[in-house]
Design a protein around this ligand. Sequence first.
Ligand code: GDP
Ligand code: MN
Length: 356
Amino acid sequence: MKLLEHEAKTILKAAGVPVPRGTVITPQTTPELTLPVVLKSQVPIGGRGKLGGVVVVEEAAELESVINRLFALDIRGYTPTTLLAEEKLAIHNEYYFSIVINKATANIELVAHRNGGVEVEANDHASFLHFPLTTNNAEAAGEQLAEYLDLPGQSFVLQDLVENTYNCFVQNDATLLEINPLVLTADNKIMAGDCKMELDDAAAFRHADWQFEDTPRDTNFVTLDHDGTIATIANGAGLAMATVDAVAAAGMTPANFLDVGGGANTASVLTAFERIITYPNVQAIVINIFAGITRCDEVARAIIAARQQIDDLPPLFIRLAGTNFEEAVTLLTAENITTLASLEECLAAAKEVNHA
Ligand code: GDP
Ligand code: MN
């Protein structure tokens, strides 16, 4: 799951990483704010700065209108339910700092760049610092980072930063911890100007305290990519994973994994549809059911209910097989909903409508 910036910064702060002073604003409550203040839209994606989602307010008279504007501003399909108000930093320099899992080497890795901020993607790939992290090499990594960033006087501070973020990453079962910009302030402090954190949904069982906006309610439905273009509904964890893999192998981006399970009924499948349509970029839903205990007619009833109850449902490409298949086809045909003979046909049809 992706955390909002303010959620990630709360975790960072607890881990000993300096973050700007800040407070969360909801549509109901605007706290007293000290000016100047930076107002930041809390949507689960990057690039807010370039899209008008980060605004510095200097004048009290502007506050209310900027807050209202930010709550209404759609950022690539998301509008915020909260804003983060932060002290304005006197920024001397912006760096890129992240801790990632390098899948090729199976290492946790520090990745950094001397040119951070909103233009980080313009940097040449070869110019990033990559440093594999272990449980006891934060000092060496921090030293290397200080040298790379040309901040010799900040070596101890950067050693702490690496150690604290590494521990934070491991203890929180993170899959990504990105601080961009890592700010050097005019008075020589190193601070996390922004933070993007992704946590491993599969580790939820050992974090009873996880209560984020995006916390999964169950492990049968996993968000893979909020910006994915193809949603999936399948039954059985194996078939559900294979379906996701097949979508990816066909060159499309799966938005979710969903195992509707053996006891799938109309209500639970309908709930799945409701979650799927909250993704901003889904262009088709691929439904792949091999029914044993699950009954195809129950799935068909849910599909029909979804079509009746949910406006703007993306096109459905449906492959059903197994228990009560004939009954399902009869129900669907009466509603002019067609099924396809194989997952391959579903993917080919999805590809026709997939523009991403
Ligand atoms: P993102 O675009 O979604 O990654 O949002 P960021 O939080 O990274 O903000 C984008 C840019 O806004 C940063 O790179 C900074 O240049 C600027 N910015 C963010 N916070 C502050 C701040 O406290 N003070 C100042 N002066 N600029 C800020
Ligand atoms: Mn950023």
